[in-house]
Design a protein around this ligand. Sequence first.
Ligand SMILES: [Ca+2]
Ligand SMILES: [Ca+2]
Length: 199
Amino acid sequence: LGLCDIRCIFNAVKTCIFPQITTIIQLLFIYYTGLQQISVPTYPNNVAQCDEDWELHGTKCYYFSPLSAKLPWKESRKMCQRLKGDLVKIESREEQEFLDGKLQTEMIHEEDKFWIGLTDSEAEGQWVWTDGSPLNSSLAFWADNDDNKEPDNWTVEDPEGEDCVRMGQKPFIEGLKWWYDRSCQIQHRSICAKTAKIL
Ligand SMILES: [Ca+2]
Ligand SMILES: [Ca+2]
């Protein structure tokens, strides 16, 4: 193999193969980011709309009930349904991040947590969302630290145990795992959600 041949091979790699590899990497990147967008769809404010007092995020509208409207879980759910929604079903890590951030401003104190639409009241340990779908374990954000290992179905406060889920952590601590099972009879504020109206 002469010097010219080596140079020819180098030029061939540079002009033919390298651009193709670059194109393949670019296509894979576009495909991957496309997938990301499909899994977390969003509408800009001029495309989707929410009722007054509801906040648009992604494809849903959210309502954070006021401190004056603390209710047991079942009554919280009825309140959301009267507003044509339901207690929120958290469907992505991004949605959990959004709600966790929102509660930083909504929560007045550490115990001012919010009900979400998750319960194991039908069968202990089988967590089900308000739409009847089972909890996806890869999208579960149970508190898991030195003070709390949830869900623990604690029976000291209520002999029936803890079958309803509340969330929120204030003051802010890094991490998203702030779900707790709690007695459904306790009164809390709620996060209601419904699909945004498309204009
Ligand atoms: Ca339980
Ligand atoms: Ca608990």
